[in-house]
Design a protein around this ligand. Structure first.
Ligand SMILES: C[S@@+](CC[C@H](N)C(=O)[O-])C[C@H]1O[C@@H](n2cnc3c(N)ncnc32)[C@H](O)[C@@H]1O
Length: 364
């Protein structure tokens, strides 16, 4: 069967890596990495694991991210059995349902606050707000429907960073009705059910975690055994880029995850912002070593020149720590990847990957 270029469904994730998916998968072939098991420690929008699960026969995929929206999406796409789209449409609550839930609370707080903050203040009408809360409340045990609702809500944001008054194609969000939410959910269910079918056709066994990376090295050895572990974590932004300490995943892992799961949880602390480059690398190495102790075959970290530690610093650190276990280290500029960037033209934006093999494998 012809390989698909893009996943048919996206979690609309800020910073999703579908643009580099083929390049990462080519590393598997080049270094003859075992293709039986892929473990993504910070899977975000699932760009890479979903591509593998949909296109590579018998490949097992393990997905983690501490973001609950990612876990909902991953459970829906990788674990839920495929069903015809009508099965799911019949389960969407009627458009007359109303519940006062998390979205209602967030909007009320935004209206009470003297400074309306982007993350809380949506242009949805009261009817839409309470219908969204009704769907989230009544569909708690159905990740497929929660994912369709999540994708619908992201249509009403600016690049998944915060609420917007207009959709990407110019529709006015305050014109939405509960029926618009229902119809958008049906539209997104089309992509979701197609992806579920493709995942099931490839026949892998998948796992989903919603943990801090600190807890992953201790998960079952069977899951790490021979796994290729990939990590594209939330590196702090370099001062040159001027993003400050703003966490670009705040909307996804905060308000969106709260609305979909019906529970408000304090947002995870982005602790690396306060760390020195050395401290960040020590933490990363703890995750690498822990995975190797459990039997992982290789660990592939990825970073960009826009973030900290700079890839040059990482290069030196990783070479010193892992020596000949580092079998691949390569930087690609945005231009060589055919990827347009919003960074200032003067800024040399590039992505950098390393392949570090478990001890003993390096000599193969
Ligand atoms: C750059 S995004 C990953 C994007 C992903 N590769 C994709 O293609 O969509 C970074 C992710 O790391 C997650 N993350 C950051 N620190 C984490 C930690 N300590 N434990 C678990 N997840 C973490 C964030 O929630 C975010 O989803």
């Amino acid at each position: 069967m012809k390989q698909m270029k893009q996943p048919v469904v996206s979690l609309q994730w800020f910073g999703g890596q579908s643009r580099v998916g083929e390049r990462i998968l080519s590393l598997f072939d080049r270094y003859k990495l075992p293709t039986s098991s892929y473990f993504d420690y910070t899977a975000g929008g699932l760009a890479i694991p979903l591509r593998i699960a949909m296109t590579r026969r018998g490949q097992n995929v393990t997905v983690n991210d501490r973001c609950r929206y990612t876990a909902i999406g991953a459970r829906a796409l990788l674990l839920e059995l495929p069903q015809p789209i009508d099965f799911w449409i019949a389960k969407i609550p009627p458009v007359s349902e109303r519940v006062r839930g998390v979205l209602t609370e967030l909007v009320e707080e935004a209206h009470l606050s003297s400074r309306r903050i982007l993350e809380k203040d949506t242009a949805f009408t009261q009817d839409v707000i309470q219908y969204v809360d009704a769907v989230a409340t009544l569909c708690q045990d159905q990740n497929t429907l929660l994912l369709a609702l999540g994708r619908t809500l992201l249509d009403a944001t600016f690049r998944s960073l915060g609420w917007s008054r207009k959709t990407a194609n110019g529709e006015v969000v305050s014109d939405w009705t509960p029926q618009s939410v229902f119809e958008r959910m049906c539209y997104h269910l089309g992509g979701i059910t197609l992806a579920q079918q493709k995942v099931a056709e490839q026949g892998g066994h998948h796992h989903v975690f919603c943990e801090d990376c600190d807890n992953l090295a201790s998960v079952a050895s069977t899951i790490h055994k021979d796994a290729v572990v990939y990590i594209d974590p939330a590196w702090p932004w370099s001062k040159k880029i001027g993003m400050g300490a703003k966490n670009p995943y705040f909307f996804l892992s905060g308000p969106l995850s709260d609305i979909l799961s019906g529970v408000r949880v304090p947002p995870s602390h982005i602790r690396w912002d306060d760390y020195t480059d050395e401290q960040i690398m020590e933490e990363l190495c703890k995750w690498i070593d822990g995975s190797f102790e459990r039997g992982a075959h290789a660990f592939i970290p990825n970073n960009q020149t826009s973030n900290r530690p700079h890839p040059d610093f990482m290069e030196e650190f990783l070479r010193e720590r892992y020596a000949s276990q580092v079998v691949y280290s390569q930087r690609f500029s945005a231009h060589s990847m055919g990827h347009r960037t919003t960074r200032p033209a003067s800024y040399d934006y590039a992505e950098h990957w390393w392949v570090i093999l478990n001890e003993g494998e390096a000599l193969l």
